[in-house]
Design a protein around this ligand. Structure first.
Ligand SMILES: N[C@@H](CCC(=O)N[C@@H](CS)C(=O)NCC(=O)O)C(=O)O
Length: 209
């Protein structure tokens, strides 16, 4: 087995799916957590000037999506046939789109000085953006032909983990986010039944990001 070192900030954001894959795989890895104070000096040493970076036997890999798919293939969580892999990727990339929309809205709220406008931004996100993504994931769930409550195929893939992760944030914003989507709520529960993952999630502090 190669040695793995994940370099990322002390948030879930674009690094957490990598951590979830390691947790499910039961794969030891080093987690190098970078504070904003350390970041200025490290940034020029990173291939894209951004994180996450995964070092595999010292070789630096960039782009969270590329890293996640690489690890998923290593640990058999990427789907089996070519079609299954596409069905998995569409969920993972939609979760990334959802994160990007969330983060844009979060930054707008952060700079907005007017309290009412700030509240309105949050309202639009909770009442429109989150349900929009829930509907998309629900369509994927219906159309992908997954079995046993999984998005694709009959075992856990990064599709299930990616959906779990983005809806951790969305449920943090609205506890009822999946009220009208029982199959999606059941999928999250199914993911949490994985023993290795459960141990990881039990230790993880609750957070928006
Ligand atoms: N497309 C890249 C985006 C990476 C990215 O935006 N990283 C942010 C943290 S989530 C970052 O490094 N920000 C600090 C900076 O740009 O200086 C990926 O998915 O890995």
């Amino acid at each position: 087995m190669p040695s793995y070192k994940l370099i990322y900030f002390p948030v879930r954001a674009r690094g957490e799916l990598i951590r979830l894959v390691f947790a499910v795989a039961g794969q030891k890895h080093e987690d190098e957590v970078i504070t904003m104070d350390d970041w200025a000096s490290l940034k020029p040493k990173m291939p894209t000037g951004q994180l996450p970076v995964l070092e595999v036997d010292g070789k630096q890999l960039s782009q969270s999506s590329a890293i996640v798919h690489y690890l998923a293939r290593e640990f058999d969580m990427a789907g089996h046939s070519n079609l299954e892999q596409c069905l998995v990727t569409q969920v993972v990339e939609t979760a990334a789109d959802a994160f990007n929309e969330f983060y844009e809205n979060y930054k707008l709220q952060d700079v907005e000085k007017d309290k009412d406008k700030k509240e309105e931004l949050k309202k639009v996100f909770v009442n429109e953006t989150i349900p929009k993504f829930a509907r998309i994931f629900s369509t994927f769930m219906e159309n992908s032909g997954g079995e046993n409550g999984y998005f694709v195929g009959s075992k856990l893939t990064i599709a299930d983990l990616a959906f779990h992760d983005i809806f951790t944030t969305f449920i943090y914003l609205n506890a009822d986010a999946l009220k009208d989507f029982p199959k999606l709520a059941a999928n999250r529960q199914k993911v949490e039944e994985n023993d290795d993952l459960k141990q990881y999630l039990d230790k993880r502090p609750e957070s928006l990001l």
